[in-house]
Design a protein around this ligand. Structure first.
Ligand code: NI
Length: 222
């Protein structure tokens, strides 16, 4: 699981929090089929096409200016973001995410990575941790921060016991489907950055940058 902090600006966060506070929520089970649907007990914000479009534009804009998100996810396409809500007693039991989602324009998006972008403040609810069952990691972030994790791993949202937990959720199709290959590229990218801080404009940096680019050429699918 990768955490990316302060993804939304103050204005964006205020806008989306207002949207969630004023909006109408319906049963979220409709968006997950079969076994995942049975484990799911949350609610989804009902949006007009205009609001859905504004929300997508805001999320895409925030992600585009975030270098860390780009380097971790190597995104090709994102699914239409949704706002969900867990009120007291609601949870999402252990499940795997669906393989296919849809972009704001209706294109198919393979769900490689799942993203939860928290919009509630930590002190506005109790419980509601995102739990990665494989690593045992538990995450609960400040409003405006997000967590990226593999969609194919078992995960759950633990019961909210007090208050309400609002978050924006969406999926990413990565240019590099394989998690190990992607993690290696992200790691190498970080190495190149630290070497270039010590040896700016050096032959070493040029060569490492070439290795990074050529590994990318080998593994990236667009
Ligand atoms: Ni899930």
């Amino acid at each position: 699981m990768h955490i990316v902090e302060n993804v939304l600006s103050t204005e964006e966060l205020a806008w989306v929090r207002q949207l969630a506070a004023a909006g109408r929520f319906s049963d979220g089970r409709g968006s997950a089929g079969g076994v995942a649907g049975a484990a799911k007990q949350n609610q989804q914000l009902e949006t007009t096409p205009e609001i859905a479009q504004q929300l997508a534009a805001m999320v895409i804009g925030a992600l585009r200016r975030n270098n860390r998100f780009y380097r971790v996810a190597l995104p090709l396409e994102i699914s239409a973001p949704m706002i969900n809500r867990y009120a007291p007693g609601m949870c999402y039991g252990p499940h795997f995410d669906a393989p296919v989602f849809y972009s704001p324009e209706g294109r198919q998006v393979r769900g490689d990575l799942s993203i939860t972008l928290f919009i509630s403040k930590k002190d506005e609810y109790e419980g509601g941790e995102l739990h990665d069952n494989k690593s045992g990691q538990r995450v609960r972030l400040d409003a405006g921060s997000l967590v990226v994790y593999p969609s194919g791993g078992l995960h759950e949202v633990t019961p909210v016991t007090q208050g309400a937990r609002h978050a924006i959720i969406f999926w990413v199709q990565s240019m590099v489907r394989d998690h190990e290959q992607r993690a290696l590229l992200t790691h190498l990218d970080q190495c190149v950055e630290s070497v270039s801080a010590r040896l700016p404009a050096s032959e070493e940096v040029r060569e490492l940058t070439g290795v990074f680019a050529n590994l990318g050429r080998m593994w990236i699918n667009t």
